[in-house]
Design a protein around this ligand. Structure first.
Ligand code: ATP
Length: 274
């Protein structure tokens, strides 16, 4: 957490076409960010809301947050909640303040002066107060500092705050007050999205076949409780398997050509020609 976040903040390269399905999520989030960006005078910072993405692991929360930043051309600062928690007195609060300060610096350097500040594992940074048996007060102070920073209005820049959690039940309820994280967006396992998610994965593999056709063909053979991350693992696993098979076949062919004395091509050239 000593790293300068603002110097690492870049506009990501995740476009909406890399995100399969989740169209309801897309429109809700874009509305919350695009409109204030286009009409800052109609949406002063005090009227803006943070967006909380919640749902099981691997359902695309981080991916979606990056896609929003890419599509809105905003630098993306990402922090994992636990990374900010230090062991010295006041260290965690200092880290929280530092992250917001860096986000403001980063926003001011951008045109328009705005950025996205994304908190992953938000539950570890804003757990329900007054419940920790030991060290409770310490954590309560961190939560209070976090809320204080969320409530601050910077006049000359906009920080769009997004958060993600698998455990919304652990969050302090006042995190969800208007002006903090008052837009809640659920990302879950939507069986009807599987083909589109798989197609988004297949597109990245640059195959000759049309991704949607391939995805439709495969998806009926898969269980319907798979997350986006599971589908991604299947797509890359299939690519690896296909490559291994291709190499094995090329190796066979190469051996045969050598045995027959007509091996004009090297193994690499043979693979290339396939
Ligand atoms: P965690 O809660 O564990 O942090 P997460 O919800 O943030 O998980 P991501 O890290 O966004 O999940 O997703 C993991 C990977 O799964 C992504 O990098 C992507 O490859 C794939 N994935 C998930 N959802 C989708 C989707 N809707 N479309 C395409 N790929 C997806």
């Amino acid at each position: 957490n000593k790293t300068k976040l603002s110097s690492m903040a870049k506009i990501p390269k995740v476009h909406w076409e890399d995100v399969g399905g989740l169209s309801h999520v897309r429109s809700e989030i874009m509305e919350a960010i695009e409109l204030p960006l286009q009409h800052p005078n109609l949406f002063p910072p005090s009227t803006r809301s943070g967006i909380l993405l919640y749902g099981p692991p691997g359902t695309g929360k981080t991916l979606v947050a990056k896609a929003v930043a890419t599509e809105c051309k905003l630098p993306f600062l990402s922090v994992k909640g636990p990374e900010l928690l230090g062991s010295y007195i006041g260290e965690s609060e200092g880290n929280v303040r530092e992250v917001f300060a860096q986000a403001r610096t980063c926003a001011r350097q951008n045109k328009p002066p705005a950025c996205i500040l994304f908190f992953d594992e938000l539950d570890s940074l804003a757990p329900r107060r007054g419940e920790q048996a030991s060290g409770g007060n310490v954590m309560d102070r961190v939560v209070a500092t976090f809320f204080g920073e969320l409530d601050k209005d910077a006049k000359d820049c906009s920080i769009f705050v997004m958060g993600a959690t698998n455990r919304p039940d652990l969050l302090d309820p006042s995190l969800l007050r208007p002006g903090r994280f008052d837009r809640l967006v659920y990302l879950g396992i939507f069986p009807e999205d599987r083909a589109q998610i798989l197609a988004a994965q297949i597109r990245k593999l640059n195959l000759k076949d049309e991704p949607h056709v391939l995805a439709k063909f495969v998806v009926d053979k898969l269980p319907n409780n798979l997350t986006g991350a599971d589908l991604s693992t299947i797509a890359t696993g299939a690519q690896l398997l296909a490559t291994e098979r291709l190499c094995a076949e090329a190796e066979n062919e190469f051996q045969m050509q050598q045995a027959n004395g007509n091996s004009e091509l090297t193994m690499d050239q043979l693979l290339e020609s396939w």
